[in-house]
Design a protein around this ligand. Structure first.
Ligand code: ADP
Ligand code: MG
Length: 400
């Protein structure tokens, strides 16, 4: 990897400030899902094993620049202490003289957790004063928060302007896996795109069309393409703003096929879909051809014939990148397309990389996370990375 990691520096006895991604879901004042906390453990453990003083920080939720009782980091400290099997001292401030004093009194092997970085209005503004105060707590800064790497905040970028910055193991793995998928994939590469954030993903789709042998489209993304083909998709979710881009991509595909007499298509759209009479978990559902949507109905999933057609290109691929569920998987009745595609990926030997918060949640819910080569912890960050944008949090890490 081109960036320095915690393996490349001396941390013995040093104060190491770690930006982790502890933005976890809470329920009744407890951590409801500790996936992100567990993901940070290898870095923390390594630092402890190498005799560092570990100062952790993260944002949690959206407190809008002021302290909010329900977004204090205490539940994180509690879960983290359990998982580490070690005392984690929770501070009730992020910076300030008291925090500074506590850090000065730390011994190697101690762990403290600062209060929510977004309690400070300087965090999102990358305020130099706040950044300097954070930097004053550290000899070395470790960024392990890939999920926030697309944001230039004080705790991700600002602090790196004042102390040497390196990547943690989670950051390293994300950059390696996503980097290989985009820049050095085992070919053929297939991309599966779905979900609801259609306009946000058009940039990603354009990049993938250039790089991937096969592009499979489902979810809300597919509706926009069907509409762009002149099909009346009725009450389905469509992004009007993305229609032109969809038409362009369809024209590109038509041209490609005529010019090179390709037998195999690159672009795969649904040939059948599951439609519902309303947007509800208990809506009436039926499978119909993708160009025959009954009046007043809406597409909420891809159909069985479509899953069948997706199978062949996926089987031929050596690398598969998946972003966006194939349907409204939150409703059991419309989760089949997403489940089957996840099942196909889980059964393949190919390198399988899943990006996107909801896609990752769908895979986790099915218990298939371990069957994938990599499930990214970054939603927006992974998309921006795939799109080829430089992530400010990554740019701030020192080059090797
Ligand atoms: P990710 O977080 O994986 O990037 P998105 O946020 O873009 O994915 O989209 C996830 C959402 O897309 C899910 O809540 C799902 O219900 C919704 N979705 C998928 N297919 C459809 C569809 N056909 N109509 C409406 N919503 C859909
Ligand atoms: Mg999402």
């Amino acid at each position: 990897m081109a960036k320095k990691t915690i393996r490349d520096i001396d941390i013995d006895g040093k104060r190491v400030l770690v930006r982790a991604d502890f933005n976890v879901p809470l329920r009744d004042g407890k951590v409801a899902d500790d996936t992100r906390i567990r993901a940070a453990l290898p870095t923390i453990q390594y630092l402890l094993d190498h005799n560092a003083k570990v100062v952790l920080m993260s944002h949690l939720g959206r407190p809008k620049g002021e302290p909010k009782d329900e977004l204090k980091m205490d539940p994180v400290a509690e879960t983290l202490a359990e998982r580490l099997g070690k005392r984690v001292k929770m501070l009730d401030q992020t910076v300030g003289p008291e925090v500074k004093r506590t850090v000065e009194e730390m011994a190697p092997g101690d762990v403290i957790l600062l209060e929510n970085t977004r309690f400070d209005p300087g965090e999102k503004k990358k305020d130099p004063e706040f950044s300097k105060q954070l930097a004053a707590l550290a000899d070395v800064f470790v960024n392990d928060a890939f999920g926030t790497a697309h944001r230039a905040h004080a705790s991700t970028v600002g602090v790196a302007e004042y102390v040497p910055a390196v990547a943690g193991f989670l950051m390293e793995r994300e950059l390696q896996m996503l980097g290989d998928t985009m820049n050095n994939p085992k070919e053929p590469l297939a991309a599966i795109l779905g979900g609801a954030k259609i306009i946000d993903k058009i940039g990603v789709l354009k990049v993938l069309i250039e790089k991937a042998e096969y592009v499979l489209i489902g979810g809300g993304m597919a509706n926009t393409f069907l509409q762009a083909q002149g099909i009346d998709v009725q009450n389905s979710l469509v992004d009007e703003e993305a229609l032109d881009a969809a038409r362009e991509i369809l024209a590109h595909e038509a041209e490609r096929q005529s010019k090179r007499e390709e037998k195999e298509p690159q672009l795969y759209l649904p040939v059948d879909v599951v439609v519902a009479d309303e947007f509800a978990p208990d809506a009436e559902a039926q499978v119909v051809p993708a160009d025959e949507i009954p009046e007043g109905w809406r597409i909420l999933d891809i159909g069985p014939e479509t899953v069948q057609r997706f199978r062949a290109p996926l089987r031929r691929s050596k690398t598969i990148f998946w972003n966006g569920p194939m349907g409204v998987f939150e409703f059991d009745r419309f989760a089949k397309g997403t489940r089957e595609v996840a099942g196909i990926l889980a059964g393949l030997r190919a390198v399988t990389v899943v990006g996107g918060g909801d896609s990752a949640a769908a895979v986790a819910e099915m218990g298939l996370t371990k069957k994938m080569t990599h499930v990214s912890t970054g939603g927006g960050a992974s998309l921006e990375f795939v799109e080829g944008k430089e992530l400010p949090g990554v740019a701030a890490i020192e080059d090797k």
